[in-house]
Ligand binder design. Structure first.
Ligand SMILES: *Cc1c(COP(=O)(O)O)cnc(C)c1O
Length: 225
């Protein structure tokens, strides 16, 4: 079995190779280590190798790990589905939220973000696959939501996040990311600088289509049970 350290350097190298292969600037794609279901010790291991951004899906689990890791200067990203009754804790304990898909949640996060903290960084989760998944705003509704959310004061809209339907073929993996990228560019919302695209199975395709942040769990920490 490969160690966490070996996995980390192999993922970093894969990102670097993909940047070069598609003519992207080196270092333009950030690694978000998705540590859901994995213990705090794994986070510490990657932290010691220089990793600072970690993503969690489940609030209670994340808060528990944060309590164990208060000594570390981690950027915490919330990437899971958000219920209204969780927004206060999320607004208090995270630096980024990738999974905002409606105005109501954005408003609550803005209202509940403590003013002594910097604005909460937000990505809108967009549903770009034609399957009947519930989370994510549609491409059609995206422009209106971007406009509305840009007016909120304690959050900072940074970009979009997408989880396309799984595909094995590289070209099919690229297609939904390309479509979303084109739509976002059309919005001409200059403050948008983040494309949260790509997971273990499709990071090369995501980087080829403009990803600025890949969310990697399995390739770093191994399979989740
Ligand atoms: C679990 C998860 C990931 C990581 O997926 P892997 O395939 O393990 O790399 C990325 N993004 C979101 C939103 C997730 O829930």
């Amino acid at each position: 079995m490969k160690t966490l350290k070996q996995n980390f350097y192999s993922v970093k190298s894969q990102i670097h190779q993909a940047e070069i292969a598609c003519g992207r600037e080196e270092g333009s794609v950030k690694l978000l280590a998705v540590s859901k279901t994995k213990p705090a010790i794994d986070i510490t291991t990657l932290y010691e190798l220089g990793q600072r951004d970690f993503g969690e899906n489940y609030l209670q689990e994340a808060l528990k790990k944060q309590q164990q890791l208060t000594a570390l200067k981690i950027n915490w990203h919330f990437i899971g589905p958000i219920q209204s009754n969780k927004t206060k804790a999320i607004a208090n304990h995270f630096n980024w939220v990738h999974s905002v898909d409606r105005l109501k949640i954005a408003k609550r996060l803005s209202q509940q973000r403590p003013t002594h903290l910097p604005p909460l960084n937000i990505c809108l989760q967009v549903n770009i696959s034609d399957e009947l998944t519930k989370s994510g705003v549609s491409l059609l509704e995206l422009p209106k939501l971007v406009t509305e959310i840009s007016l909120l004061t304690n959050i900072r809209l940074r970009g979009v996040m997408a989880i396309p339907a799984p595909q094995v073929a590289y070209e099919l993996q690229r297609e939904p990311y390309r479509r979303l990228y084109q739509e976002v560019i059309k919005l001409k919302a200059l403050q948008l600088d983040t494309f949260s695209f790509g997971m273990t199975g499709d990071l090369n395709a995501a980087i080829a289509e403009g990803s600025t942040m890949v969310r990697i769990g399995t390739a770093l920490f191994g399979k989740r049970l």
